[in-house]
Design a protein around this ligand. Structure first.
Ligand code: EPZ
Length: 433
C-alpha cells in the first residue's frame, strides 16, 4: 500500500466539552479549482489561478493535465496552467479511475482537439457515478462515440455544434463540462436543467474573463455563444470552499467556545447558518467571516422540520451530510436524514454507531439520528474525504483517543487539516501508521 494510505490521525477527544477557540481559515474551493484547471485546455495562453488549496486532488488533476502536455507552474497557493503544447487527447487510465474529476477534461479536449479518449471515471464508495449525461450531450453536439473495452473514444473532427441540451438530472460536472465545451462550439448552446452551485457561477465568470460569452449561470438555463480559443489576461482568485466552511461551522457549534471562521463566503452557506441559528447557535456573520461565541449546546428539539434532506444548491449539500450527522448525534432531538443525491452515502454510520451514536439506517438513503449520545473514541477508517472529516469531528467531541486511518482521503480535500485544527485547540497529530 502506498505510504500515504498508511498515514492516520491520532486524536484525543474533548469528551463533549466546548473548549475550542481561535481562528480557522477556509481554503480555496476544491470543487472550483478542479473544473477551472480543465478550462486551461480552452486556451493557448496561460491561465493563473490564485487561492488554490494545496490538496491531493489538485496535485492529481495537475498530473493528469501534464500528462496531456499542459505545462504547470505552481507555488504555495497558485497554479499557472499553459495548454499550448498539448500532444494527446488520451486521458491516462490510472489517474482517471482514481478521480471522478477527470471527467471535466473530456469537454475541453473534444472542443479544442476534436477528440477525447477516456476510461469510465469509475464509481466510488458513495455511488456508481454514471456519465450518461456526458455521452448523450456529446452525441447531441455532433460527436461520434466509440466504447471499446472500458474506453470511450469521442470524436468531433468537424468541431462541436451548438445545440440545446436538457439534462435528465441536475449534474454539477455535466453543467460545467458542457459550459466549457460550448465555448468553442459552432453557434449557440443552451443548457437546461443546470446545476446552480457557486462553483458553476465561478467557472462561468472565469470563462467570461477569458472572453467567452456566457449568461444565465446560477440559474437552471445557461446560454453560451461559441467562439475562438479563450485568452486569459489576468489571474483568477478561487472562491472559498463552502463545504469546509459548513463543516467548520458544525464543529464550532459542537465544541467551540469562541471560534472565528475566516476567508469564507457566508452567502454560500446560508442553509447551514440558518439551520444552526434555528438550533440556538448564535452566529455573528460578516462579509468574509462567521463567528461563534457560545457556551450553550445546540438543540434541535424545537425545530419543526425534523427531516434533513440533501439537495442541489442552495439546499443542504450532500458533501456535508456526514458532518451534519455527527452534529445530530450530539444535540437533543430525533432527526431523519435523507440523502437524495447519491445512492450509497450512509456507509460511514456503522463506525459512528460503534462509537456510541444512536442511528437507525432504514435504507441506503434514509436514517434516523437520536441525540444527544456520548461518543467513545475508537479506530476509524475514512471511506471517503467527507466521511473522513466527519470522523475527525466525531473523534474531537468523543471521550478518549481515536485513530482515523486513510489520511490520504482527507488530504484530498482539506489542506493542512491537522495544523488548522490544532490552532483552535484540538489535540490531533498525524502519524505514519
Ligand atoms: C460534484 O460531483 C462534486 N464534485 C461532488 O463532490 C458533489 O457531491 C456533487 O457534485 C453533488 O453536489 C466535484 O465538483 C469535483 P453530480 P458530480 O454529477 O458532478 C448522477 C466531494 O466530496 N449523475 O452533480 O460528479 C450522479 O450519480 C465530491 O467533493 C448521473 O446519473 O456530481 C449523482 O447521483 C463528492 N449521470 C447525481 O447525478 C451523469 O452523467 C448528481 O451528481 C452525471 C451524474
Amino acid at each position: 500500500m502506498p505510504q500515504d494510505l498508511k498515514e492516520q490521525f491520532v486524536i484525543q477527544g474533548l469528551s463533549g466539552v466546548k473548549s475550542l477557540e481561535g481562528t480557522i481559515t477556509v481554503g480555496g474551493a476544491k470543487n472550483a479549482v478542479l473544473p477551472a484547471s480543465a478550462a486551461s485546455l480552452l486556451s493557448d495562453t496561460p491561465l493563473t489561478l490564485t487561492n488554490v488549496p494545496y490538496i491531493e486532488d489538485v496535485l492529481r488533476m495537475s498530473e493528469l493535465l501534464e500528462g496531456l502536455g499542459v505545462t504547470i507552474a505552481k507555488d504555495a497557493s497558485s497554479l499557472t496552467l499553459h495548454a499550448k503544447e498539448v500532444h494527446t487527447s488520451h486521458i491516462e487510465r490510472e489517474s482517471a479511475k482514481r478521480m471522478r474529476s477527470s471527467v471535466f477534461l473530456t469537454g475541453p479536449l473534444l472542443a479544442r482537439f476534436g477528440e477525447a479518449r477516456f476510461p469510465h471515471p469509475g464509481g466510488c464508495v458513495i455511488g456508481e457515478r454514471p456519465i450518461d449525461q456526458f455521452i448523450k450531450g456529446f452525441a447531441k453536439m455532433g460527436a461520434s462515440i466509440a466504447h471499446e473495452d472500458e474506453w470511450y473514444v469521442v470524436r468531433a473532427k468537424g468541431g462541436l455544434k451548438g445545440v440545446t441540451i436538457f439534462f435528465d438530472l441536475v449534474s454539477v460536472s455535466a453543467t460545467e463540462t458542457f459550459m466549457m465545451a460550448a465555448t468553442l462550439a459552432q453557434g449557440t448552446t443552451v443548457l437546461e436543467n443546470c446545476a446552480t452551485e457557486p462553483e458553476v457561477v465561478f467557472l462561468a465568470e472565469l470563462l467570461r474573463r477569458g472572453g467567452a460569452q456566457i449568461y444565465g449561470d446560477g440559474t437552471s438555463t445557461i446560454h453560451i455563444e461559441g467562439g475562438t480559443l479563450l485568452a486569459f489576461t489576468e489571474s483568477v482568485e478561487v472562491i472559498p470552499d463552502r463545504i469546509e466552511t459548513s463543516s467548520f461551522l458544525l464543529l464550532a457549534a459542537l465544541a467551540g467556545k469562541h471560534i472565528s471562521i475566516e476567508n469564507c463566503n457566508p452567502q454560500h452557506v446560508r442553509i447551514m447558518t440558518q439551520y444552526l441559528e434555528s438550533t440556538g447557535v448564535p452566529l455573528e456573520i460578516g462579509g468574509n467571516h462567521i463567528r461563534i461565541h457560545s457556551n450553550t449546546k445546540p438543540n434541535t428539539s424545537f425545530i419543526s422540520a425534523r427531516d434533513i434532506r440533501t439537495h442541489e444548491y442552495p439546499g443542504f449539500p450532500t458533501d456535508i451530510q456526514a458532518p451534519l450527522t455527527v452534529f445530530l448525534t450530539q444535540v437533543s432531538g430525533e432527526n431523519t436524514v435523507f440523502e437524495t443525491i447519491f445512492e450509497n452515502r450512509l456507509g460511514y454510520t456503522d463506525d459512528l454507531i460503534k462509537m456510541g451514536a444512536d442511528i437507525t439506517v432504514w435504507n441506503p438513503q434514509k436514517m434516523m439520528v437520536r441525540g444527544p449520545r456520548k461518543l467513545k473514541g475508537r479506530e476509524l477508517m475514512s471511506p471517503d474525504l467527507r466521511a473522513g472529516l466527519a470522523f475527525i469531528m466525531a473523534a474531537i467531541v468523543a471521550e478518549g483517543m481515536s485513530v482515523v486511518g486513510n489520511a490520504y482521503y482527507i488530504d484530498r480535500g482539506y489542506q493542512h487539516i491537522e495544523q488548522r485544527l490544532r490552532a483552535i485547540g484540538a489535540d490531533i497529530q498525524r502519524s505514519k501508521g
